[in-house]
Ligand binder design. Structure first.
Ligand code: GDP
Length: 485
């Protein structure tokens, strides 16, 4: 992929990210895995030896249990499915059977990345093997395989559960508990961890329910949420989580950098965008702009908010009188080059920002260039190309020195988490108007869990998840949610 960059670039010799990544991969099959380190800032968040050993242990388990192995064929047989691999009888080695956690897609790519990460942490904690069960359009040519020598894609034809899973699914945790049935007898159960979940489904975050779930070989889940903070509520996982994450505020940062390596197709886009927009810059700024129907704001008002934010927080300079020689400062030195990448479905904001700096020039001897890779206009679920472009932009944003995101956007959470940067968050509009404080520096790089269980497992009653354990607080960008601090 040609010569690689540049100034704020990190520690190129650390291709395994301090032991986060396994060395057992073919670098060519997935260029991004060992090359992202050349583009992204080195992590400032310590990685615990416990997490590293948990990942290596998980990789062995995954290799043993993945599709195509005899252990997998045996597990499918127990589920009542006809496996593709021929099998004969019980495991001759007497090893315990494999158990699985099957992810099903829901919502946009940001939500999906966060729900896969949450599922992966649950799998790590409970010795399950994580498999993704999506259509080819959902999954093909988007991410590389994260676990060496095996796949995390569930073969479409293998799994006998075909119906669309929903809150009403008979085999859901909530329905089963609602009928007063024992969980342990079920060959599989569905965990509905979507924002509309009810009390029984929320029981997932309770210790007694977790004890029963241990005996269910196949768990299938659907989530549109980053439910990692909920796992920190479960007493049986407390110790292990504290060891894996002595600092709790970088869970997604580490697991995201471990799991999500863009495919070579997507990495091609990332490196081309980088070459065109970022390679020659002294400082890189990312601005991610999202408009939500539930938080209406006019384009002009939102543009004003973005501009006020970046200038007030000294992210971008003000505009000054055009200089006679725009290529040099008064002292003859070349100006500092700031490159701004805007990610948005719409191009209004980047066009205005670009015009502003072109027409008036940047004050203080800086040169500001503004780019936007795509502006797709609307969001389409399950569209491969759109997912690829969205992932490319999330990854590009993770290479910046300063990032501005939109509150509540999971697209923004993924970018800031991969970058390892606390973002400047564009605060929610208030009755169609930009708030007086246009943006705030987030207290953590962790994503927000938008719909926490708010459930007291002992009293079996409503409770405020933001007040149960010390390191989980309400989110600044979305007070109903909670996040790890
Ligand atoms: P959220 O809705 O902001 O939480 O983020 P999601 O990623 O879950 O869903 C939004 C989807 O819309 C993305 O996955 C993309 O498909 C699309 N989208 C939104 N903003 C952008 C953007 O800036 N660039 C691109 N390429 N796609 C976007």
């Amino acid at each position: 992929q040609g010569t690689v960059p540049l100034a704020t670039v990190p520690n190129p010799s650390d291709r395994l990210l301090g032991g986060l990544l396994s060395p057992d991969f073919d670098g060519r099959a997935c260029l991004s895995r060992y090359r992202a380190v050349l583009y992204r800032r080195a992590s400032r968040h310590a990685l615990s030896p416990r997490l590293v050993s948990a990942l290596r242990r998980y990789e062995s388990l995954h290799r043993l249990c993945a599709p195509g192995t005899p252990a997998y064929a045996r597990a499918l047989k127990r589920l009542g499915a006809s496996p593709n691999t021929s099998i004969d009888g019980a495991d001759p080695s007497g090893a315990p059977p494999c158990s699985y956690l099957v992810w099903t897609p829901d919502a946009g790519l940001g939500n999906r990345i966060l729900s896969i990460t949450s599922g992966f942490l649950y799998a790590l904690l409970t010795d399950r093997v994580l498999l993704l069960n999506g259509s080819r359009d959902d999954l093909d040519d988007l991410f590389c395989e994260p676990f060496p020598g095996s796949t995390w894609i569930l073969p479409e034809t293998d799994f006998p559960v075909r119906e669309k899973l929903s809150i009403d699914t008979r085999e859901s945790l909530g329905s089963t508990l609602g009928r007063g049935e024992a969980l342990a007898a079920a060959p599989w159960l569905y965990l509905h961890l979507v924002h509309n979940y009810k009390a029984h489904d929320r029981g997932f975050f309770c210790d007694d329910v977790q004890a029963e779930l241990r005996r269910v070989p196949w768990l299938v889940f659907q989530a549109d949420n980053y439910f990692v903070p909920g796992l920190f509520l479960i007493p049986r996982h407390e110790r292990e989580l504290a060891r894996m994450f002595p600092r709790r505020d970088a869970v997604f940062h580490h697991l995201g950098r471990y799991l999500f390596h863009p495919s070579n197709t997507v990495w091609g886009m990332v490196t081309r965008y980088h070459g065109s927009f970022f390679a020659r810059a002294d400082e890189r700024v990312g601005i991610q702009v999202r408009k939500f129907k539930w938080a209406p704001i006019s384009d002009d008002e939102l543009y004003g908010q973005i501009l006020k934010c970046v200038q007030r927080e000294n992210i971008l300079p003000g505009v000054g009188a055009p200089r006679a020689n725009a290529n040099a400062t008064a002292g003859g030195r070349p100006p500092k080059r700031k490159a701004v990448v805007v990610a948005s479905l719409y191009n209004e904001y980047s066009e205005k920002l670009k015009d502003l700096y072109h027409e008036h020039g940047a004050a203080g001897g800086e040169a500001v260039s503004v780019f936007q890779p795509t502006h797709l206009g609307a969001q389409h679920f399950g569209d491969r190309q759109q997912n690829q472009k969205a992932l490319a932009e999330m990854v590009l944003l993770s290479f910046v020195d300063v990032v501005v995101t939109t509150s509540v956007s999971t697209f923004g959470y993924v970018s800031q988490g991969l970058a390892g940067l606390r973002p400047w968050v564009l605060m929610r509009p208030d009755h169609g108007k930009a708030p007086d404080t246009p943006c705030r520096l987030a207290p953590t790089i962790e994503p927000c869990f938008h719909t926490p269980p708010n459930y007291d497992c002992r009293a079996k009653a409503r409770a405020d998840t933001g007040r149960i354990v010390q390191h989980i607080r309400h989110c600044e960008d979305f007070p109903q949610g909670v996040q790890l601090l």
